[in-house]
Design a binder for this molecule. Structure first.
Ligand code: ATP
Length: 372
């Protein structure tokens, strides 16, 4: 499937993503000859790939003496080629499995962990039929609308640090969601990557959406949940170090109406499309999340704390300095949320003035009267 950097031919899929990436990055005509030389494949191979891409809905102009121009990509395809051709990361998603349907991408990524796939491997699925939330809860996905993916990590830090990774991902997703809703994020070709404008009027959603992180890792837009995450850790057989971590992310992207969510979550769930008023490109969103995650992960590794990310995280924290309910299995209590510490714990000031550092493991936080 993979191609070596030297250009050795190893598979059609790689050719397709390489050709797509070359066209996308050029933003201009690229000659067939250039593609052949750059990728080390024959002219017929290039021609075949272009033909296939056209059949799949890519609008590619072919002009003799000039070559090929990618005029437009299909609205929202979540294929391996589409994602790979956009990736600008060093390691996140460089090994990529793209599934039409699966049970849970976290389970798939754990299998990758067992089978020796490298750090940064990503499994993405158009549809999850057994998506998982924390503590055995279910995560609902609707086909063709959600961005569901899991990333496999092979860290060498101590297991006690692992719970902070979920905050690292939460910050990456929150920032990518902000950029997507602003519509000003650019892809590698310098084109607006997200908004497929013109499909619906933006005027319906006049006010700026507010993107918040509900500690530790739910992403909330206009007080409703657009994203959930689940981090799972597997220890070595000796139980003395982490064998691998899997961080799973589910984002409601292109659900058109709240009616697409099951009744029990309808009043607390939303999608980016509902909040923005137009469709978004999931492959571009995934690229942006992975890029930001890679950067934040590096920052995290420098101290093995979230100190370098705390300010950005806290600036987006839902309910900062407001009253929260802490649903601790040992007993529920209320207090004022005072942000997070360097270990990613939520600082809650109780009525008696005592400040407790809440560890994410078994605890959920809610607003006084509802989800936030
Ligand atoms: P917390 O992490 O604070 O306990 P949570 O209850 O939202 O929050 P998660 O494990 O993050 O728990 O997510 C699972 C929950 O999310 C489900 O119980 C359901 O209420 C809600 N949920 C499931 N699918 C979706 C979805 N597609 N969009 C929004 N919310 C969802």
């Amino acid at each position: 499937m993979a191609r070596s950097r030297g250009g050795r031919r190893m598979g059609m899929k790689t050719d397709r993503s390489d050709i797509l990436a070359s066209l996308r990055n050029a933003g201009d005509y690229v000659s067939g000859q250039q593609l052949c030389e750059r990728l080390g494949v024959s002219r017929t191979a290039v021609w075949k790939v272009i033909k296939q891409l056209k059949e799949e809905g890519y609008h590619i102009e072919s002009v003799s003496n000039k070559g090929y121009l990618l005029v437009e990509s299909p609205e929202d395809v979540l294929s391996e080629e589409e994602i790979a051709s956009r990736l600008t990361t060093q390691w996140a998603g460089r090994k990529l499995y793209c599934r039409r349907e699966t049970g849970s991408t976290n389970n798939d990524a754990k299998r990758c962990g067992e089978e020796g796939d490298p750090h940064g491997t990503v499994v993405v699925a158009d549809m999850q039929n057994a998506g998982k939330g924390r503590r055995g809860r279910a995560w609902q996905t609707t086909p063709g609308t959600a961005l569901s993916f899991s990333i496999l990590l092979r860290p060498d830090f101590p297991a006690q640090r692992a719970s902070m990774i979920t905050l690292v991902m939460a910050l990456a997703v929150a920032q990518a969601v902000e950029a997507a809703l602003d519509g000003n994020t650019e892809d590698s070709a310098g084109q607006a990557a997200f908004a497929e404008e013109g499909i619906e009027s933006r005027a319906e959603k006049a006010s700026d959406p507010t993107v918040r992180i509900k500690w530790p890792n739910d992403i909330v837009v206009n007080r409703k949940k657009v994203c959930g995450m689940l981090t799972e850790m597997t220890m070595t057989p000796e139980m003395n170090e982490i064998q691998y971590l899997v961080v799973g992310v589910g984002i409601n992207v292109n659900n058109e109406s709240p009616l697409e969510f099951q009744e029990e979550i309808r009043d607390k769930a939303t999608s980016l499309r509902i909040e923005k008023g137009c469709r978004l490109n999931r492959a571009a969103l995934l690229q942006d999340v992975l890029c930001r995650f890679e950067r934040h992960y590096q920052t995290f590794l420098e101290t093995l704390t979230v100190s370098g990310l705390r300010e950005a995280y806290q600036a987006r924290l839902q309910g900062l300095d407001g009253e929260v309910r802490v649903l601790d299995p040992a007993g529920e209590y209320t207090g004022i949320s005072r942000g997070i510490n360097d270990r990613g714990e939520l600082l809650v000031e109780r009525e008696n003035g005592e400040r407790v550092a809440v560890y994410a493991g078994e605890v959920s936080v809610r607003g006084l009267y509802g989800y936030v």
